[in-house]
Design a protein around this ligand. Structure first.
Ligand code: HEC
Length: 103
């Protein structure tokens, strides 16, 4: 009985440390953003080449890209809802003719 009593705080502290670690790890994970370039090069090539995307570089602003990407998602593009602005931002900032979208 005495042994159990002296071990309880040790177990309690260990559990707290483990929980804190899990919470920190989850938080870091949640803040991680997608890599918009690899998203475009993998997810946006499922139905057409990047040619269509290339043709629109420098033509659409962020808002227009959000509209286009959302439309592609509604057609079936595998891009998460929260990643749409990240991808749109990336495309809006690309110069016309940028690699690897254009090549
Ligand atoms: C599920 C199939 C599919 C996927 C995946 C897809 N698209 Fe499309 N996309 C289409 C189709 C079909 C058209 C032609 C019809 C149209 O113009 O609305 C098109 C046309 C386009 C056009 C030219 C028309 C316009 O509105 O400017 C752009 C730009 C474009 N896609 C960008 C993208 C981007 C960026 C992605 C990745 C987020 C993507 N597409 C993923 C199906 C897809």
């Amino acid at each position: 009985m005495k042994k159990t009593a002296s071990f309880t705080p040790v177990i309690g502290v260990t559990v707290i440390i483990l929980f804190a670690g899990v919470i920190v790890l989850c938080d870091v994970d949640a803040r991680q953003q997608v890599d918009p370039q690899s998203t475009v090069m993998t997810k946006c090539t499922a139905c057409h080449t990047t040619r269509r995307i290339c043709d629109n570089l420098g033509e659409k602003d962020r808002e227009e890209w959000i509209r286009t990407v959302s439309e592609m998602v509604s057609k079936g593009a595998d891009v998460a809802e929260q990643d749409i602005p990240v991808v749109a931002e990336y495309l809006a900032n690309l110069e016309p003719g940028s690699e690897p979208v254009c090549r």
